[in-house]
Design a binder for this molecule. Structure first.
Ligand SMILES: *Cc1c(COP(=O)(O)O)cnc(C)c1O
Length: 483
């Protein structure tokens, strides 16, 4: 059943099919404190402390609510260095849900990317993909490779009714292979629910086409399954051929098409950890020795046994439509409301969060002054809501040190599973509306400390003028208070 219901008076809104049994108190600190927190954190929302944050919409990573079943499984964990029963349960869950016999545990998704890149890539290789994820790109660059992003031309359009913006353009894929030669392409990477373009899914028919191309050229197909549950849910919703199938069928169909599947369990199964799985013994054999070297012994891979238990239960729970649909249903509501208010937002609604288009929202801020970063800072200032910049700050510089301007400038407001209530979403919509009406007041940012790798995590920025002070004064005037 979907976490969404049609009301008698006509509107369809999300309806929670769970109840809250453990609560965490939130802090809504005054705007004066929020302004200080921004300066202390270098106008980078990654650097804020949660004591200063009201609604934490930074990420869906490791922040989904756990189920009672996950928590009780954690209490039954088997603390053994080797041969743990907890690991056997996880291996079984991977086989049942993802349909893969061989499983390598890792401490989180990027560790899987490290191992896959180190094992299969050589310097100068090209990795074709639908779109990059920050950590996947970092590991490919680290191993001397580069990427080619092969989405259809319209996938980066903010407003769209394309239900599968995450699809690879098959003609571009074939041209890419012909151009670089299959000997320089160790694998094709497909990312489920393409994270950085707004959590947009691919269709099964597209994945089947990619498989055919991979077979034709003898190239391995790697699936980043971190957001596979949501991709499967949207296939069921949007791809006519699959509407009668169960989540279990759809998930297996997708993983069956890939030679190698890896995932961040922080997202897929709402705990910690990650894994790589395959049915090919040869591929498993090539990676096996890397696990004890980088992660931990083969039956824990850097995870605690409690995390392993939560992950095993979480994998089974991804088959439950009630659980998976909660976040997409809230996001759809969030996106539709913003669209009705003419606030620029990525459509159709995707997964993992609502993505506000900062390029349009802050059309007066040049990309070199980071409109998405500025919008994230401004929203925090006036609401205590923490989002994440997904734009040029999250991008990199080229070899000459020049900014590579991001294709899209997005403020991502993550909606982790079963964490927020509908009135909290309404609060965010209301504050975004105030901000949109005062958008000319938002100013740019500049780096004052810029780390060379993954700069968006630890970088420090400063406003280019006193726009935050002016905005605070206007906010206090309009609301007559500091909250
Ligand atoms: C989060 C994420 C990763 C990296 O996983 P971590 O557990 O954060 O290291 C890789 N791919 C995708 C699509 C992700 O969303």
């Amino acid at each position: 059943m979907k976490e969404q219901i049609k009301f008698y008076y006509g509107e369809t809104i999300p309806l929670e099919l769970h109840k809250v049994r453990i609560v965490q108190k939130l802090n809504l600190v005054p705007i004066e404190r929020r302004l200080s927190a921004l300066y202390e954190g270098g106008f980078n929302t990654f650097q804020l402390r949660t004591g200063d944050v009201f609604l934490d919409m930074l990420t869906d990573s490791g922040t989904n609510a756990m189920s009672d079943k996950q928590l009780s499984a954690m209490m039954q964990a088997d603390d053994a260095y080797a041969g743990s029963q907890s690991f056997a349960r996880l291996q079984q869950a991977v086989e049942e849900v993802l349909g893969k016999k061989y499983f390598l545990p890792v401490h989180q998704g990027r560790a899987a990317e490290n191992i896959i890149s180190k094992t299969f890539m050589k310097k100068g290789d090209v990795i074709p993909m639908n779109y990059h994820f920050t950590t996947a790109l970092a590991h490919i660059l680290e191993n001397g490779g580069r990427i080619e992003e092969l989405l259809h031309d319209d996938a980066l359009q903010i407003k769209s009714d394309n239900p599968f913006k995450g699809n690879i353009d098959i003609d571009k894929l074939i041209a890419c292979i012909e151009k670089h030669g299959k000997e320089n392409i160790p694998f094709i990477r497909m990312e489920a629910s393409t994270n950085l373009i707004g959590g947009q899914p691919f269709s099964i028919s597209n994945l089947m086409d990619v498989r055919r191309v991979a077979d034709k050229y003898g190239i391995m197909l790697v699936l980043d399954a971190s957001l596979l549950g949501e991709n499967a849910y949207l296939v069921k919703e949007r791809e006519p051929e699959w509407q009668e199938n169960t989540m279990a069928d759809i998930l297996k169909m997708m993983t069956n098409l890939a030679d190698l599947v890896y995932f961040s369990a922080r997202k897929l199964s709402s705990s910690r950890g990650g894994g790589i799985c395959t049915n090919r013994r040869d591929l498993y054999g090539k990676m096996e020795a890397m696990i004890p070297l980088y992660e931990g012994f083969l039956t824990y891979g850097g995870m605690s046994v409690r995390e392993i238990e939560a992950m095993a239960v979480g994998l089974h729970e991804t088959l439950d439509e009630t659980m998976i649909s909660q976040s997409p249903a809230f996001i759809e509501y969030f996106v539709n409301q913003l669209e009705a208010l003419n606030i620029p937002v990525v459509t159709p609604a995707g997964v993992l969060g609502c993505h506000v288009d900062a390029k349009q929202f802050c059309a007066h801020i040049p990309q070199t002054e980071y409109p998405a970063g500025a919008l994230a800072a401004a929203l925090y200032l006036i609401s205590g809501v923490r989002g994440m910049e997904r734009g040029t700050i999250s991008s990199v510089r080229d070899e000459a040190g020049k900014e590579i301007l991001a294709d899209v400038e997005l403020l991502r407001l993550a909606v982790p599973r079963r964490v927020f209530t509908l009135s909290q979403i309404k609060y965010v919509i209301d504050r975004l509306l105030w901000l949109y009406d005062h958008r000319e007041m938002i100013g740019g940012l500049k780096f004052v400390y810029e780390p060379p790798v993954l700069r968006f995590f630890m970088g420090k920025l400063a406003p280019v003028s006193d726009w935050p002070e002016k905005m605070m004064a206007k906010f206090r005037k309009d609301f007559g208070q500091s909250l």
